[in-house]
Write a protein that binds this ligand. Sequence first.
Ligand code: PMP
Ligand code: GLU
Length: 397
Amino acid sequence: MIQLSDRLLAMEESATIAMSRKSRELKTQGKDVISLSLGEPDFNTPQFIKDAANEAMNNNFTKYMPVPGYDDLRESISQKFKRDNGLDYTKDQIVVSTGAKQSIANVVLSLINPGDEVIIPAPYWVSYIEIVKVAGGIPVIVNAGIEKDFKITGPELANVVTPKSKLMIFSTPCNPTGTVYNKEELRGLADAIVKHPSLIVLCDEIYEHINFEGKHESLAQFEDVYEQVVTVNGVSKAWAMTGWRLGYIGAPQTIADACNKVQGQFTSGTCSITQKAAIAAMEANPVVLKDMISAFKNRRTLVLEALSNIPGIKTNNPGGAFYVFPDCSAYFGKSYGSIQINNASDLCMYLLEEALVALVTGDAFGDPNCFRISYAASEETLIEAMRRIKDALSKLK
Ligand code: PMP
Ligand code: GLU
């Protein structure tokens, strides 16, 4: 009999991936499911990036590459950090991996010993918790509810730091809430972080460019905490390159070296062709993203307006990413026929089965009162999805 490891048995399946799998299955059964479950841009990768990939293949960049990434790619990332974020990371402080997901796993495996505490503000992205658990870390959750625009403050962070706190992980713009921390709010967090020199903070900025309100702000810009911050980013979201698998970190040298060592044993680095293509993305002026960003902004308005017309649904005003994370707790305790809604998971299952709309329950993101809508879909699809959701919710009594 196959005996799986305790580590694997303790791991939850990724809820975002599980929900998209479920909707794919229903679609193959002929059901007209609208999937707003996976956080994946519906745009295609820009042609100039595909051209760079073709050129890389034709020039035989098809062999093993330096583990932390080609030098020219890391140089271009170093310049991107300077140009877009005002951050100084040398090429050697940058490690390129098979997606930001692996970048995060590398950092966690490099830093966390069993029993170390990892502070994670909730709502959080699903995979943070599971990656921390694999390393034997103990997630310490700080709740930031919808009434606080899903943000935590410096004093709230200071309250949960203990001598065992090794790492904090958060994203801005945030998946699943779309919340964006401004400079002053990040400074507030930095004030708490600087008082605990052994605390490292992983700031996940993968939605950096999908920001509707203002300028993206990085935590590492504050010199007094620079040595405590790992900045994570990648090409999946802004450049519609989810399938290419490339993420990267800018980090203090010791952490970059450790991540290099980890991936030297795990993956040898990410795809050579992807790396060469990513140079084209890094060197492009982010202005070319403006049409995509304005499409996302229009969709946000559409979804928020539709939600504001559904009784009992509460939202914040997400400043970035492509998610809305509505509070649906007003529906708990209601039913339709034999279907009883007790929590957001029940509601998502009901909406999948009755409305044929796939969403992801807030439980997976650490807020059981909410569910996540990914609005990376056409306006036409979103209008139909919102109509179905409204209809199905109106049947609950
Ligand atoms: N961080 C956040 C907040 C995300 O939403 C995602 C989703 N893809 C990732 C990291 C991982 O991205 P990648 O595709 O680069 O692994
Ligand atoms: N990050 C995306 C999401 O939250 C993609 C899925 C995943 O990587 O888990 O839906």
